[in-house]
Ligand binder design. Structure first.
Ligand SMILES: [Zn+2]
Length: 689
């Protein structure tokens, strides 16, 4: 399916990925393989066309019933956890694939049928989640041991299944269980509704906006529609108006958020927890809400002076632009940072672009993976019907014995209708099958990169390179976990551990020794000059402390809303927002600004938004301990692979982290790691200030 050039390269046994990523084959009308040779989406024969979702999901349903009977049977001979995982595998194979197709497939019929399949499988999962007899069988095994010998991993995964079961209240009496089911359903719907509305524009009557700015905003009926923040405008009044109107309190969203938080609190109480946070934070790197809060508070205290430095620096930039300026406002930072970067770095950064074609970045990744883990990525010609778009590139991953370990489908280029979100999807988790074979993992990485043209390949900005490396970190976690159970494959681990492998990859590309191995000009293969390289690296981390403080504020807000007194005895979300804002955010609180009503992650993360900060801290500690001396160390790669990646979620996250860091996990230790990181970045940025 590639250009002749690509075929030639393959015949030469060249392992470079560059030709495949720096050239895009023209779209082929017969690409989806309408003919007799169609092998189906992802090579699944039922999915040769969109109607196959019916057969695909019915097959999974039938298989799960078969396994249900086996689990309940008195004559059971297999481990209970094995049967559970197979049941979960049969349903997840459809649900996970459908979840991706629903979002990422360009054909509306595929999307529709995937959505239907997804709903059908969700119903099956819901039924199983409240299957009391099945729960009792598993509980007996967890409490008293199985009828066949089990390992530590078996026991841990069985406990995780039991924990998931109990989230649905299966262990409660009939009346409470029904309430839990209803509350879960209500939270799912109301949460989805809140998320769908967090980025909607604010509509305001024209007269609320000064006349001279009215034409800046699109008109919607009698109103003006405030859709963004004008962060790049040099007119401070315009930025202020847009900011205040965009974040203006909104009754409807307030009601939705209030209902969701109240329902979550009630759900947690019903399940025997004093707060939703205490229900959610189990099995993570921190195992209690108290530890999480202590981490957030310690970090906040140490961060304040660093954030204050950033503030002063921003004020001095603002004063240069406007000598009468006396303070920095919440609508200023993004503008001032961009202005600063533009004036000091833009021409150098523009020059760096040519050294970061997508192809050389992919080769850079391949080199890192080969050095650390003895694996390599190889282009794989897709079979007819296997891909959902001709721009998608399939890679297989092999170990040093040429054994295939899994596949990564790279859906990297922007196209009409494609969601603009960089994402890693697990299509199929790795696991040991009952026939003795290993089910290799399949993942999809979605990015939104500009396509190449006939003269210039896709060139990546520093931010795009970060995202590519980040998502590839997730992919390698999925591929290298090789867990016996798909329930704990790769990224299916606690939320605060899941981002460690991806953020760690971002440390590799902050290191000039790593970047210089692959950053080469697309036209003449010349390496990036040292001065451009140091600008490129420094450019990513300016004003790191103030950005971290904003994330910390959101994490603290998320904790507070899911704590024991979510609304501080009031009947609105404002009192809590005010308290957290005053404590954590240097710009303080204003009743005109309702941050919380634009914070959609409250739904998806639900008391776990702090996870990213923890992952960042742990990644840095791993980087410093193992890779900073030699980023290509095979020995360090092996330790990291066996102590972290190999386990997926099959071992408690706190144990994984303590094993790799050889240090107890405590709030001070992890918070200090973030402070050290910021100080180090500031040092690197100093020469440009
Ligand atoms: Zn991530």
């Amino acid at each position: 399916m590639r250009q002749p050039f690509g075929n030639l390269v393959r015949r030469c046994f060249c392992t470079s990925l560059k030709p495949y990523f720096n050239e895009i084959a023209p779209a082929k009308p017969s690409f989806f393989g309408d003919g007799w040779d169609n092998k189906g989406l992802f090579g699944i024969e039922e999915l040769a066309d969109a109607s196959g979702f019916m057969e695909f999901s019915e097959g999974a349903k039938a298989k799960s019933y078969e396994l249900l009977y086996e689990a309940l049977s008195k004559n059971r001979t297999r481990k209970m956890v094995e049967i559970f995982d197979e049941m979960s595998n049969s349903l997840c194979k459809v649900a996970d694939l459908a979840e991706f197709v629903r979002i990422g497939h360009p054909d509306p019929l595929f999307r529709k049928n995937a959505t239907d399949a997804s709903i059908k499988i969700s119903r099956e999962v819901e039924k199983l989640n409240v299957h009391r007899e099945l729960y009792d069988c598993l509980k007996k095994v967890v409490d008293n041991g199985d009828v066949v010998p089990t390992t530590d991993v078996d026991k841990e995964v069985a406990r995780l299944f039991l924990h998931d079961f109990e989230q649905s209240g299966v262990h409660l009496n009939d009346q409470d269980r029904d309430k839990v089911v209803q509350l879960n359903d209500f939270i799912l719907h109301i949460g989805g509704y809140f998320v769908s509305r967090v980025s909607e524009p604010t509509l305001v009557p024209k007269e609320e906006v000064p006349k001279k700015y009215q034409d800046k905003f699109p008109v919607d009926g009698y109103n003006l529609s405030i859709r963004g923040l004008f962060t790049s405008s040099s007119d401070e009044d315009l930025r202020e108006i847009a900011f205040k109107l965009f974040y203006k309190p909104d009754e409807h969203r307030e009601k939705l958020l209030l209902q969701m938080l109240t329902a979550r609190f009630a759900l947690a109480n019903l399940c025997g927890f004093p707060s939703f946070g205490e229900r959610a934070i189990r099995g993570g790197i921190f195992e209690s809400v108290a530890q999480v809060n202590s981490f957030l508070e310690t970090l906040s205290d140490s961060l304040k002076p660093l954030a204050a430095n950033d503030y002063n620096l921003m004020l001095s930039i603002k004063k240069k632009l406007d000598p009468s300026a006396s303070e920095v406002k919440p609508w200023d930072p993004q503008y001032l940072i961009e202005n600063f970067k533009y004036s000091r770095l833009s021409s150098a950064l523009q020059e760096t672009l040519s050294y970061f074609s997508l192809g050389v970045c992919m080769d850079g990744l391949n080199h890192i993976f080969k050095s650390l883990f003895n694996i390599h990525l190889e282009y794989c010609a897709p079979r007819a019907g296997e891909l959902w778009h001709p721009d998608v590139i399939k890679l297989n991953v092999y170990d040093e014995h040429k054994q295939e370990l899994g596949s990564i489908y790279c859906d990297f280029f922007e196209r009409d209708g494609k969601p603009h979100q960089d994402c890693h999807f697990t299509i199929r988790g790795g696991c040991q099958l009952s026939d003795g074979n290993y089910q290799n993992p399949i993942v999809v990485l979605v990015l939104s990169l500009p396509k190449s043209n006939s003269f210039i390949p896709t060139l990546l900005s520093p931010h795009m390179v970060d995202n590519l490396f980040h998502e590839m970190g997730h992919a390698v976690h999925s591929i290298l976990a090789r867990t016996p159970f798909q329930h704990t494959t790769g990224t299916r681990c606690s939320t605060d551990l899941a981002e460690v492998p991806s953020i760690l990859m971002e440390y590799f590309i902050q290191d000039p020794r790593v970047v210089s191995t692959f950053a080469k000009h697309y036209a003449n293969d010349q390496p990036i000059p040292d001065n451009l390289l140091s600008t490129w690296i420094a450019s990513k981390k300016f004003f790191n402390a103030s950005e971290t403080q904003l994330q910390l504020f959101y994490a603290a807000l998320d904790q507070a809303y899911h704590g024991r007194d979510p609304l501080l005895g009031s009947n609105s979300t404002n009192a809590q927002a005010m308290k957290v804002c005053e404590k954590y955010y240097q710009f303080g609180y204003s009743p005109d600004i309702a941050w919380q009503l634009r914070f959609g992650h409250l739904v998806g993360y639900g008391a776990k938004y702090y996870s990213y900060l923890i992952s960042r801290s742990v990644s840095r500690l791993i980087w410093t301990k193992y890779f900073s001396a030699d980023p290509f160390s095979k020995e360090a790669g092996h330790i990291y692979q066996t102590r972290v990646l190999a386990h997926g979620g099959g071992k408690p996250a706190a144990d994984i982290v303590e094993d790799i860091l050889e240090h107890p996990v405590d709030p001070n230790y992890l918070s200090q790691s973030i402070i050290d990181d910021i100080v180090e970045c500031n040092q690197r940025c100093k020469q440009f200030l």
